[in-house]
Design a protein around this ligand. Structure first.
Ligand code: NI
Length: 152
C-alpha cells in the first residue's frame, strides 16, 4: 500500500475505532488531566486541519513557517466536549480527500519540499503526511486502551 492510500485509509480507521460506543462512553474522562475518547477524536481532526494547512503552505510557499499549536489549550478553549463528533468526522474525511487530490497532482520532487517548524526543525511534505498517518495510529491505540480498561 502506498503512502496516499494509507493516508486515505485514516478515515475508516478513525471511524472504526469508536464503533459501538455510546455518547456517554465517548465523553467519559478516564482520569485527571486525561482526554475522553470524544476529545481524542476531535483532537485528531484538529491536528489534520492544522497539518492540511502545513502541507499546502510547504508546497506553495518557499521557506514557510509551520506554526505549532497547543493541543491541550485547544481541547479546553474550543470546548471539545460541546462540539459535534459527526460534523468533525466528516471534516476529517473531506480534509483527507481534498488534500489527497492536491498530493496526487504534485511532482515527485515536491514531496521533498520543506517547511520550518520552530520546535522540530525542517519537515518535508512526505514527513508531514507520514506524521499524520502515525498520528491516527497513535490515538487509535489510545482509544483501544481506554475501551479495554473502561468498557469491556
Ligand atoms: Ni495527538
Amino acid at each position: 500500500m502506498n503512502l496516499l492510500e494509507k493516508y486515505l485509509q485514516g478515515y475508516e480507521i478513525l471511524k472504526g475505532s469508536i464503533e459501538g460506543l455510546t455518547p456517554e462512553q465517548m465523553k467519559t474522562v478516564p482520569g485527571t488531566g486525561k482526554w475522553s475518547i470524544h476529545e481524542i477524536i476531535i483532537h485528531v481532526v484538529d491536528a489534520d486541519l492544522m497539518y492540511a494547512g502545513r502541507i499546502k503552505r510547504t508546497l506553495a510557499e518557499e521557506n514557510t513557517i509551520l506554526l505549532p499549536f497547543d493541543q491541550d489549550a485547544w481541547a479546553k478553549h474550543l470546548y471539545y466536549h460541546q462540539t459535534d463528533l459527526q460534523t468533525h468526522l466528516e471534516l476529517f474525511r473531506l480534509l483527507r480527500e481534498s488534500t489527497a487530490q492536491v498530493l496526487r497532482n504534485i511532482e515527485a520532487a515536491d514531496w521533498e519540499k520543506k517547511g520550518h517548524h520552530p520546535e522540530v526543525g525542517e519537515l518535508t511534505v512526505q514527513q508531514l503526511v507520514e506524521a499524520l498517518i502515525e498520528h491516527v495510529a497513535t490515538h487509535v491505540r489510545r482509544v483501544k486502551t481506554i475501551r479495554a480498561q473502561l468498557f469491556t
